[in-house]
Design a binder for this molecule. Structure first.
Ligand code: SF4
Ligand code: SF4
Length: 458
C-alpha cells in the first residue's frame, strides 16, 4: 500500500521520537543497574518532558493537518541532531611537546614514605631534596595508609587489602628469572596474537606494545631492593596492559573499599605480568615484570605510548572505555614483538580541558585547574603528589575520588559507549556531555555506602 506523502513524514517523525525515547529508557535501565539513583530520576524526568513535548507536537500536527508541518519538524530535528553530533573541524591540539626527563624514583611518595628518620637514606635524601622535608614531615604526623587511627579505618577491609599487598610482595622475587638458553624462532605477529589473547583470557582489558624509551625508565631506584641505584635495562620493548577496577568499589572512594579494589587489581596485574614475563623468558628472551613495589618504569607513560589511552588532568592513564578506572601492568622484554599501531585520541585531552571535575572534587586540592604546562621537559598536567599522598595518610586509603567522578569512568556498556563515541567525534556534543554528566551524576557526587557484606554489624 502506498502511503500518502504527509503520512510518510509523520511516520518518520514518529520513528525519530520513539528512537530518542527508547535510548532514554535504556539509559534509565542501565542507571538502575548501576545504582545511580540521581541519574534514574533525572533521566526519568527528561523522558517525561520529551514524551509530553512529542505528544503536543503530534497533536498540533494532527490539528493543523498540513503536510509542511511534518516536513519542517522532521527536517528541523535531523538538522539539530546533525549539528550536535557532526565532527566539526577544530583547532589543532598539541598532544606531545618535548621529551620528558627521567624521574628519580626516590622522589615518588611511596619511596619517601618508606624512609626511616635518621637513617643514611633518610639523611641523604633530604640533603639531595631539601625542598621535600617540610611537606614530608607533615604527612609523617598523620596516621598513614591502612592505619587504625585513620579516618576510614575498617577492621576487615584494611587487613584484607593488606593481605593482597602482602601477596603482591610475594611475587616481587618472581619479576625476573632464568632465561632459556635457546632462543626460539617465531613469527612476531603470531606470538603477539598469542600474548594478546592469552592476556585477555587472564582478565586483561586492553593491551599494547611500545618501544621502550629512556624516559619510561626511572633514573634511580627508590625502593628497598634498589635504593639510589641507577636503573638500567637491555630490553627494547614494553608490553603494557590494563585491568579493570570495580565500578561500585571505586564509587565508594575515598572510603575503605577503594583500597581493597586497588590492592586486588595490583595483585591481578602483578600475577599476569609475572606470567607473561616468565613465558617470554621460557622462549629464550630476557623479560621482566613491573609490579607494585618493584617498578623500573613509569606505567602511565608506557601505556600511553603503547596506545592504551592518554594522560589526563589527574596525571593518570585515561583509557577510551574505562577512563582512569584501571590499574596498569608492564612487562619489558627483548623479544622482537611488533610494536602496536597507535591512534592518538585528542578528544580526551580536549575533554579534560573543559571538564575539570576531578580538580573540583579532589578533597586535597591536589589537581590543577589550568591547562597543561611544560614540566620536567614535557607538556602535561601534574598532580601535587605531596597534597594527594598527605590526604591518603589522613584517611588511610588511596582515596581515588578523582577516578570515581571522572565522566570516562562510567561502566563499559552500550549507553556510555555511545556517549563516549560522540564525545570523541563532536566538539559540540563534548560541551553538552560534560554538563549533562554534572546534571545527571552531580558535580561532586557523594561517595557510595559500603555493601552490606562489608559491614561487621549487619
Ligand atoms: S574528571 Fe574530567 S578533567 Fe578530570 S580526568 Fe576525567 S575527564 Fe579529565
Ligand atoms: S586520589 Fe584523592 S587526593 Fe589524590 S588527586 Fe585524586 S582525589 Fe585528589
Amino acid at each position: 500500500m502506498n502511503l500518502p506523502e504527509w503520512t510518510i513524514w509523520s511516520i518518520a517523525l514518529f520513528i525519530v521520537f520513539v528512537a530518542m525515547d527508547l535510548f532514554l529508557i535504556y539509559g534509565i535501565i542501565q542507571s538502575i543497574n548501576e545504582r545511580e539513583d540521581r541519574a534514574v530520576k533525572r533521566l526519568g524526568l527528561l523522558l517525561l518532558v520529551l514524551v509530553v513535548a512529542e505528544l503536543l507536537l503530534i497533536y498540533a500536527g494532527v490539528l493543523l493537518n498540513i503536510q509542511l508541518f511534518w516536513v519542517l519538524m522532521v527536517i528541523g530535528l535531523v538538522i539539530l541532531i546533525v549539528l550536535i553530533l557532526f565532527p566539526w573541524p577544530e583547532n589543532k591540539i598539541i598532544l606531545d611537546e618535548g621529551e620528558p626527563g627521567r624521574i628519580d624514583e626516590r622522589t615518588i611518595m611511596f619511596s619517601r614514605n618508606e624512609l626511616i628518620p635518621e637513617t643514611q637514606n633518610f639523611n641523604e635524601y633530604y640533603s639531595d631534596y631539601p625542598q621535600h622535608r617540610q611537606t614530608d614531615d607533615e604527612f609523617r604526623k598523620s596516621p598513614g595508609l591502612m592505619n587504625k587511627d585513620s579516618r576510614f579505618y575498617h577492621p576487615w577491609v584494611f587487613p584484607a587489602a593488606d593481605a593482597s599487598f602482602y601477596t603482591v610482595a610475594a611475587l616481587q622475587s618472581r619479576t625476573d628469572g632464568v632465561v632459556a638458553k635457546t632462543k626460539q624462532d617465531f613469527d612476531p605477529e603470531k606470538l603477539e596474537r598469542f600474548v594478546r589473547n592469552w592476556a585477555r583470557e587472564m582478565g586483561v582489558h586492553s593491551i599494547g606494545i611500545t618501544t621502550l624509551k629512556p624516559s619510561h625508565l626511572y633514573s634511580k631506584g627508590g625502593r628497598s631492593h634498589n635504593y639510589n641505584e641507577p636503573v638500567e635495562t637491555t630490553h627494547t620493548l614494553a608490553i603494557a596492559f590494563t585491568v579493570e577496577m570495580d565500578f561500585d568499589r571505586v564509587a565508594a572512594s575515598p572510603r575503605s573499599p577503594i583500597i581493597l579494589e586497588s590492592s586486588n587489581q595490583y595483585l591481578k596485574a602483578g600475577v599476569i605480568a609475572v606470567q607473561l614475563a616468565s613465558f617470554l623468558r621460557n622462549l629464550g628472551y630476557s623479560s621482566r615484570a613491573h609490579i607494585d613495589g618493584k617498578y623500573q618504569v613509569r606505567c602511565p607513560q608506557v601505556a600511553r605510548d603503547a596506545g592504551l589511552g592518554e594522560i589526563g588532568r589527574m596525571s593518570l592513564l585515561m583509557t577510551p572505555r574505562l577512563g582512569p578506572r584501571v590499574r596498569i601492568g608492564v612487562v619489558t622484554t627483548e623479544a622482537p614483538l611488533p610494536v602496536s599501531r597507535v591512534n592518538r585520541d585528542p578528544s580526551m585531552i580536549r575533554f579534560c580541558q573543559i571538564c575539570k571535575k576531578c580538580a573540583d572534587t579532589c578533597p586535597a586540592q591536589a589537581l590543577p585547574s589550568d591547562d597543561r604546562k611544560i614540566t620536567n621537559g614535557a607538556l602535561t598536567w601534574t598532580t601535587n603528589q605531596e597534597k594527594c599522598f598527605g590526604y591518603w595518610c589522613q584517611v588511610g586509603t588511596d582515596c581515588g575520588r578523582c577516578i570515581a567522578v571522572c565522566p570516562y569512568s562510567h561502566p563499559d556498556n552500550f549507553f556510555h559507549n555511545i556517549v563516549r563515541l560522540f564525545i570523541r567525534i563532536s566538539p559540540i556534543f563534548r560541551k553538552i556531555a560534560y554538563r549533562m554528566d554534572d546534571w545527571l551524576y552531580g558535580r561532586k557526587p557523594p561517595s557510595r555506602e559500603l555493601p552490606d557484606w562489608m559491614n561487621p554489624k549487619n
